[in-house]
Write a protein that binds this ligand. Sequence first.
Ligand code: DAT
Length: 175
Amino acid sequence: MKLPNILITGTPGTGKTQTSQMVTERLSADGYRHINVSELIKEHEAYEEFDEQFDTYVVDDDKVCDLLEPILEAGGCIVDFHSCELFPERWFELVIVLRVATEVLFDRLAERGYTEKKRTENMECEIMQVVLNEAQDSYDPMIVQELTSNTVTELESNVDRIAQWVQAWKSNHGL
Ligand code: DAT
């Protein structure tokens, strides 16, 4: 039986990669893999163009899904990406949306060297809970969990919670 795939999404800077790495490490005995979709896009040039105005790549959604399909088919993936509506609903059994306080996000994006424009855009996205709305519109809201990740304590508790969800899934499926 295949282990469930989990999507970890949220505005850039909310802690997706950090959380995904820690969850993958925690679940390494089960063979979980971390799939950083932004890295995959860069590696396979799965974008259509660079948008100068928004200082970002325009993702080729079809190419990304074609790349991910055989990987996710195997199950046991922690998928890390700042958007979620491009993925088919059937891929995930748990969707985590990470949230952070505005002042925390400001500091993380400043540290990352984002321009003021890009920082403002991302902070507005977080305040307007764009990714949470997108997740609730794209997946069964029953599988969407919103978790705050402002502090290391919250980060560790989120990792515990996701790992416990996997253990519960396994015992419910006789594994
Ligand atoms: P994302 O992948 O969502 O863009 P990240 O995982 O790269 O975000 O995290 C951005 C920065 O914040 C990085 O330096 C790690 C740090 N970080 C992430 N989650 C945190 C938390 N809950 N508490 C403190 N720092 C955190």
